[in-house]
Design a protein around this ligand. Sequence first.
Ligand SMILES: [Fe+2]
Length: 389
Amino acid sequence: MEVKFLTQIGTGSSATQVREVLLAAVKAIVQAVGERDRYTRHHSQNVAEYAKIIARELDLPSEQVESIYLAALFHDIGKIGVPDQVLNKPSKLEENELLLIREHPLIAGRILESFGEFRDILPAITQHHEHWDGSGYPFGLIGEAIDLGARIIAVADAFDAMTSDRIYRPGMPQAQAIDILSKGAGQQWDPRVVNAFINWWEKTYNPRGRHDWQMKHIQTIYQNFLKDTTGGKVLLLDEKEIEQFLKPLQCFAELPIENGLHLSWSRQLFSDWLGELGLDQVYQQTYQLVFSELVSNMLKHAEKGTIQWGRNSAGEIVLIANDQGQGFVLEKLPQSIMVSGFSTKKSLGWGLPFILEHCRQLVIAKTESGTFIAIKLGCEQIEDMGQTI
Ligand SMILES: [Fe+2]
């Protein structure tokens, strides 16, 4: 059958012409699928473009880029064999309907294997729903056992699906889809492929925020770690969230801290302020030590910055350090917390365990100019005294 077909087309035609005719035939099937499923009309074309971008970003040879582009264009061709009522069902699919949908990579394989010309792109098509961790279909392949083209199509497919409008939901913003891809790297998707795609996306759409996603990924790991070790006392924020955090704060004093010159002066001012609140001596001393730890650390790693303090609407004392430099290294936070036997008299280091012991919450954000640190200190005594404030 295959030979006869090729012979008929091939009479008096070059191999390129044969391929052109076959391409036109398969594109017609892609078009037919698009006609039945209007929400995916542009989907195959988009996925093919994204797949080509990823393949280029991975520095694959141009022939391979071309093959992956074709495979991506035809990846959902098997949907031609899925009944209309299943393909266009707006509500959740039943188990038996899911089984029918999940047939489409294999149906595509059966359609295309009759064209010898496309045999090299078959694995990329039949495996495009496999997951990096082995939880995909139809074969349950794991990691690099999955065809590279299929791993690329999987990322391109997911991104376009998430960002496109459907009848039952609008498409999500690209940045949100990028976030989901970064979280699923190493689980659903090949991390190297996700990395290539996000690098391209950030170069193209988010040049100022490059590597944000890697920072977010690290933050998620640390956040989970910190939640366990500090009972959720440590909060890591994005730079954008700082403004939100600062909104409800009031009555802040702000002092420049430079080269250690103002340290004793700022300590004195803070101490006077605490005195005015009518705090017990024990509270005052503890909070002064927290203040010293914060400022000393800031000066140790950054040339200058500002320190602010005041109270929020919950009556808590809030200390804020904005250092201009590398006052705090996110990657070292877990180690700092693990330090035991810390003594504030012997060390002018970060003193994180000491601060954590005495604070209600520690808020940290990386900014373009340095680090933002806020410490919330409880003030039970003031709350108890009520009318004296
Ligand atoms: Fe698919």
